[in-house]
Design a protein around this ligand. Sequence first.
Ligand code: AMP
Length: 279
Amino acid sequence: MKIIRKIKGMRSFSERLRLKGKKIGFVPTMGYLHQGHLSLVKSVRPLCDVVVMSIFVNPTQFAPDEDFTRYPRDFKRDKKLAEQSGVDVIFYPSSEEMYKKNYLTVVKVKRITEIMCGKSRPTHFEGVITVVAKLFNIVKPHIAVFGQKDAQQAVVIKKMIGDLNFDIKIIISPLIREKDGLAVSSRNSYLSDYERKDALVLYKSLIFAKKEIKNGENSARNIISKMEELIFQKKSVKLDYIYIADPKTLEKVDIIDRRVLIALAAYVGKTRLIDNIIV
Ligand code: AMP
């Protein structure tokens, strides 16, 4: 497995592969790899010749009061896991390499970044979209894979790809959970034992909502308030939002008469977790 730290090196590597007619699959991550990340590699592996994974904790998607400096990092471990899972190249740039001194440009997707996670993290998606656009220009992939775990991010990236005519196929890979249902996340490592137990209520509330819908409940408002009741019982959990929407457009749904995305975000202690389900 190759490790490339410089933009110039990554671009010329990809250029050579493209000249040879090789298909490049791309898995962007912030590292501290877990089963969720590795499942993305598995999804893209059969569709391409070379798998490039980026590991970059992108400072511009964190607000000043968020966890950028304490975000978990372990490159040695990541290297091992990436290699075992079939990654061919890790693109591992520094912040200075990605954002030169006079950096001024951002890419912004309107409207759908102002709801859900965008409400409490108003600068987050601008940071994500900009770095993803930069990574696409550096890695030059044919296919890129993102996780359904970040449902809003997936929709926003697809929108950017379409609107800006990037010639890249986007694949969304299923959400991976721990055995007990908690969505796998690098941020789960922040949770105390007590918080880890309380955090399960997020998945449980989604399963509860699914059952309610199957039993005929079709009012989004009723479902949300019943989910809130469940979540409010856990002392360490502070709900940010529950949102029921069209999975493709994120348009809010009031009466559930088609497939819907039920997405939520909550603070468990100081850790912000997200989860979702499609019903
Ligand atoms: P991150 O390192 O958290 O920025 O995540 C990198 C990629 O992995 C994103 O496309 C995420 O949606 C995806 N991902 C993270 N956790 C999971 C999970 N539990 N299941 C599936 N994909 C995930």
